[in-house]
Design a binder for this molecule. Structure first.
Ligand code: HEC
Ligand code: HEC
Length: 309
C-alpha cells in the first residue's frame, strides 16, 4: 500500500517536472549527408516541374520560414493552388503530412507536389526521363544508389533525406528547456499565458503542434469552404468539416500569412482568432502581445544542411 502510494507520488512528481514541449535535436546524426545534399539540389531545381519554372523552394521558401508568403501558391503555368503552403521546417516531426494528414510520412508526401497538376505536374516516368538525360545528376545518383538509371523512388528518397535535415535547433525556448538560459520576463509571461489560456492543449510536443487533428471553430464557428481539403474531404463525416492537422508553432513568427485559408495576415491576428474560435474567449491585447513574445522565442537557427558545402 505504502509502496503503491510512493510510486504514484513518484510518477506525478516526474510528470510535473516534464514540460509539455520538448527541444529539437541539435545534431544531424542520423542523416546520410551525401543523400541530403543531393536532395537539396533537387529541392531547388525547377527542372523537376513540367515547364521548368517551379521547384519545391518556389512554395517553401527558406527565407519565409520554409513556407509561402502568398495565400495560395502558384505552380506550373501560373496555376493557382488551393490552400496555404505550410512550412517544411521540422516537418519530419509532423505526425502526418498535409493539412488533412492524407500522407503518412515525408516520402509519401513528396509524390503529391511532383505529380499535382497545379504544382509541378510531372509523372514519375516524365521525371525519370528528364533527369536521366542530365549527366551530372546521373553521376551523383550512381555514386549514392549504385544503379545505372535514376528512378523516381531515388529522387523522392533523396528529397526526403534533405527534409529530415531541415531542423531549426537552438531556439531560445529550446535553450531554456535544456536549462542553458533563462527566458526574459516577457517570454516567460507569454509561455505562462499560452499554458493558462489553453493553447497548450493543442499546440504541444516537440513541434508545438502537428501531433493531432483539431477543428478550427471548436467554440465559435469558423467560415467553412469546401474548396479546402480538410478531414471531411477524406472521410465525408460531417463532424470532420474544418478539421485540420494542428500546425507546428516553431518559427511561426516567420511564416505569415496564417491558417489554411490565409485569413489571418499577422501573428497577432492569428492569436486573437485562435482565442476567439478555439477557446471561446476574447483575449486582451496584452495577452496577445505576451504570447507573441513567447512564440518568437521558438525561432530556431537556420538548418545546418542549407549551408553544408
Ligand atoms: C506550387 C506550390 C508547391 C510546390 C511546388 C511544392 N509544394 Fe509542398 N506544399 C504546398 C502546399 C499548398 C501544401 C499544403 C497542401 C495540403 O495540405 O493540402 C504543401 C505541403 C507540403 C508538405 C507538408 C507539410 C505539412 O505540414 O503537412 C511538405 C513536407 C511539402 N509540401 C514538401 C514539398 C516538396 C518536397 C516539394 C517538391 C518536391 C514541394 N513541397 C513542392 C505547396 C507546394
Ligand atoms: C482546440 C485546439 C486548438 C487550440 C486550443 C488552439 N489552437 Fe491554434 N490551431 C489549431 C488548429 C487546428 C490550427 C489550424 C487552423 C487552420 O488553419 O484551419 C491552428 C492554427 C494556429 C496558428 C496558425 C498556424 C499556421 O501555420 O497557420 C497559430 C499562430 C495558433 N494556432 C496559435 C494558437 C494560440 C496562441 C492559441 C491559444 C490562444 C491556440 N492556437 C489555441 C488548434 C488549436
Amino acid at each position: 500500500m505504502y509502496t503503491q502510494l510512493f510510486f504514484i507520488l513518484f510518477i506525478t512528481s516526474t510528470l510535473f517536472a516534464l514540460e509539455p514541449i520538448a527541444p529539437l535535436p541539435t545534431t544531424l546524426e542520423h542523416i546520410d549527408l551525401d543523400k541530403a545534399k543531393l536532395g537539396r539540389t533537387l529541392f531547388f531545381d525547377p527542372q523537376l516541374s513540367s515547364d521548368g519554372t517551379i521547384s519545391c523552394h518556389s512554395c517553401h521558401n527558406f527565407d519565409n520560414g520554409g513556407a509561402d508568403t502568398r495565400a495560395v501558391s502558384l505552380g506550373v503555368n501560373n496555376r493557382e493552388g488551393s490552400i496555404q503552403s505550410p512550412t517544411v521546417y521540422n516537418a519530419v516531426y509532423n505526425f502526418k503530412q498535409f493539412w488533412n494528414g492524407r500522407a503518412a510520412n515525408l516520402n509519401e508526401q513528396a509524390k503529391g507536389p511532383l505529380s499535382d497538376h497545379a504544382e509541378m505536374n510531372m509523372s514519375p516516368t516524365e521525371l525519370e526521363a528528364r533527369l536521366n538525360t542530365n549527366l551530372s545528376y546521373k553521376e551523383v545518383f550512381k555514386k549514392i544508389y549504385h544503379t545505372k538509371k535514376i528512378t523516381s523512388e531515388q529522387i523522392i528518397d533523396a528529397i526526403t533525406e534533405f527534409e529530415k535535415a531541415l531542423i531549426t535547433p537552438n531556439s531560445r525556448f529550446d535553450q531554456y528547456l535544456r536549462d542553458e538560459i533563462a527566458l526574459t520576463p516577457e517570454e516567460k509571461k507569454g509561455y505562462e499565458t499560452f499554458k493558462s489560456l489553453g493553447c497548450i492543449t493543442c499546440h504541444n510536443g516537440i513541434n508545438v503542434g502537428a501531433n493531432s487533428f483539431q477543428k478550427i471553430g471548436l467554440f465559435r464557428p469558423y467560415p467553412y469552404n469546401a474548396k479546402y481539403q480538410d478531414r471531411y474531404a477524406l472521410t465525408q463525416k460531417e463532424y470532420h468539416k474544418n478539421v485540420f492537422k494542428v500546425p507546428t508553432l516553431r518559427n511561426i513568427s516567420l511564416s505569415a500569412p496564417y491558417f489554411h485559408d490565409a485569413r489571418a495576415k499577422t501573428l497577432n491576428d492569428a492569436i486573437e482568432k485562435m482565442a476567439y474560435h478555439n477557446l471561446g474567449i476574447d483575449i486582451t491585447k496584452q495577452e496577445v502581445q505576451s504570447i507573441v513574445m513567447f512564440l518568437k522565442s521558438l525561432e530556431g537557427e537556420r538548418p545546418k544542411i542549407l549551408d553544408v558545402p
